[in-house]
Design a protein around this ligand. Structure first.
Ligand code: OOB
Length: 544
């Protein structure tokens, strides 16, 4: 098995320890300590369950014993694909206790993505909920298992059919748990995937715990706080910015929303006294709209965080007047760096910027395409290095060569400018992906699927501004032979077993890419031209 590592050079690791960022804390130690300290306080609230910190630990211990009794060994990787249910936490903490390594997948992922994660991570187990949102994950597990020979175990929360039933896991007093090394990799997170399929992001106990401990402080979490998990629990934003881990860190209560819709979330806010939650911009817009005719009391809400994609100032302005709480903009990435507006920042900074880094030792460089720093206030490519930003992806030398500089800076692909006070304003990005309501879609990946269709000669996928989604995906397709119908092409994409959010929102058939320019045109340039043409035509139409 390819070892899991995150190689911070020794001088950096020493510095981060000396500065007190890395304190040798680990997930298992954290859970045990909080169970001792906050034992009878509520840790987790699900649809019909309510666990104290003590119960969370007990359930995690049962899960840990169960996984180990399957024959898994410390260091083995386990793909976790669970919706927002309390078992998400017993599973993940159970894996941590057993020193097994969760690989987080989103509920929306399908065979193509899961097989990719399982292969890349060399996973030996996969845990799913039986069904969720009308989808049967056992069927998915069957096909994944048939394609990944080393995936020996499938564990199911709910009716397990031929698989292992999570409910059958039992405590085994004979099993003891050794402490993990705080500098070891605790889990694999997945990247937003700007080129090709998502990459795997190894995060260590040291670096990740620092990021949510510091985030909890910035976001004002205390044991009286109530954090609502509105976004999918596997996503880095609700996980650690400050997320449920930040909430557990301080002994707060974590409430799981099975769906982020106002119809589901608003009653939970009222019932549980939710004080803070995080949303992507399209959901924030939906909440703002619904709140104006709300029947529910949302007055407990102190902070609404918005991130994952750019929240436009005009929308940002509306948060305080409508919801009566503070907006916090969050500009983060699963690879590390997270920026927050601070709760006591002037309204103008909260509305206009995407915040500033967590840590004084987050190094932020803004450079032109040649790698030279741009003058202050000018837009440029964001590079970063720091105590919780990775130095490399797992098992992906090509991506590592592309995404990191010689001296270990991560090339975020984002174009930002920095204000005189050190706040970042996101301008756009250098890489070709579509940020569809916070879900990142790689243009390459979708084009590749479309090209597999016998009646597609060429395809280029671009982002088009969308009032609601922020961006939607549009595929320009040159047909060959019989021209396929749009819906048929979308159905074809689905038959490729990819997450539904990757199916192009719009398909435009063209005869050619009409590139009169001689010579080689990069795909990047091609996409840019198609997009510009399309927008110009739309504007013409609107003007008519
Ligand atoms: C979060 O993480 P990822 O890994 O899904 O996506 C990271 C990318 C960033 O590189 C940037 O392109 C975009 O998402 N992004 C934003 C943004 N927040 C993220 N673009 C503009 N404005 C923002 N506020 O999306 C993520 C991770 C942790 C916390 C929050 C978001």
């Amino acid at each position: 098995m390819i070892p899991l590592q995150q190689n911070f050079p020794a001088e950096f690791a020493d510095r981060y320890r000396a500065a007190g960022y890395w304190r040798g804390e680990t997930f298992p130690a954290l859970l045990k300590d909080r169970a001792k300290k906050f034992g009878n306080r509520t840790a987790v609230v699900g649809a019909d369950q309510r666990w104290t910190y003590c119960e969370l630990l007990q359930r995690a211990e049962i899960a840990a014993c169960g996984f180990l009794s399957l024959g898994l060994n410390p260091g083995d990787r386990v793909v976790v694909q669970l919706p927002n249910i309390p078992e998400f936490f017993s599973v993940v903490f159970g894996l941590f206790l057993a020193r097994l390594v969760p690989v987080y997948a989103l509920p929306a992922h399908r065979q193509t993505e899961i097989v990719h994660f399982a292969m890349r991570a060399e996973a030996s187990a996969y845990i799913v909920a039986a069904t969720h949102d009308g989808f049967d994950y056992r069927e998915l597990a069957r096909s994944v298992k048939s394609q990944v020979p080393d995936l020996h175990h499938v564990v199911v929360v709910g009716e397990a059919q031929e698989f292992t039933d999570f409910c059958d896991f039992r405590l085994d007093p004979a099993i003891g748990f050794a402490q993990p090394d705080p500098s070891s990799v605790a889990f694999l997170q997945i990247s937003g995937g700007s080129t090709g399929l998502s990459k795997l992001i190894p995060r260590t106990h040291d670096d990740y715990i620092y990021s949510f401990r510091a985030s909890a402080e910035i976001c004002g979490l205390t044991e009286e706080s109530v954090y609502l998990v509105s976004l999918p629990a596997a996503h880095n934003f609700p996980m650690s910015s400050p997320g449920y881990f930040g909430a557990f860190y301080v002994g707060a209560k974590v409430v799981l929303a099975p769906s982020p819709s106002p119809e589901t979330a608003f009653p939970l806010i009222e019932r549980e006294g939710v004080t803070i939650t995080g949303l992507v911009p399209p959901l924030a817009l939906l909440w703002l709209q619904a709140a104006q005719t709300r029947k529910h009391d949302l007055s407990s809400l102190q902070v609404l965080q918005v991130g994952g994609a750019k929240f436009m100032p005009e929308s940002a302005k509306r948060v305080r007047p409508i919801l009566g709480c503070t907006l916090q903009q969050v500009f983060g990435m699963a690879e590390g760096l997270v920026n927050y507006t601070r709760l006591d920042d002037p309204e103008e900074i909260i509305v206009e910027t995407q915040g500033r880094p967590i840590c004084p030792d987050d190094e932020v460089l803004i450079v032109d395409d040649q790698g030279n720093p741009v003058p202050e206030g000018e837009p440029g490519n964001l590079l970063t290095r720091g105590p919780y930003t990775i130095r490399g992806y797992h098992n992906d030398p090509g991506a590592n060569a592309r995404s990191f500089t010689q001296d270990g800076f991560y090339k975020t692909g984002d174009v930002v400018k920095r204000t005189a006070q050190g706040y970042l304003v996101v301008q756009g990005r250098a890489t070709d992906h579509i940020n569809r309501a916070g879900e990142k879609i790689s243009a390459d990946e979708i084009e590749d699927h479309l090209l597999a269709h016998p009646n597609v000669f060429d395809a280029a996928v671009v982002s088009i501004p969308d009032e609601f989604l922020g961006e939607r995906s549009c595929a320009f397709v040159i047909p060959q032979g019989e021209r396929p119908k749009g819906p048929a092409l979308k159905a074809f994409m689905r038959s490729r077993k990819v997450a539904d959010f990757k199916v192009p929102d719009q398909i435009v058939f063209v005869d050619s890419f009409d590139l009169t320019a001689v010579g080689k045109v990069s795909r990047k340039e091609l996409r840019a031209r198609l997009r510009a043409q399309f927008l110009a035509e739309q504007q013409m139409k609107a003007g008519q």
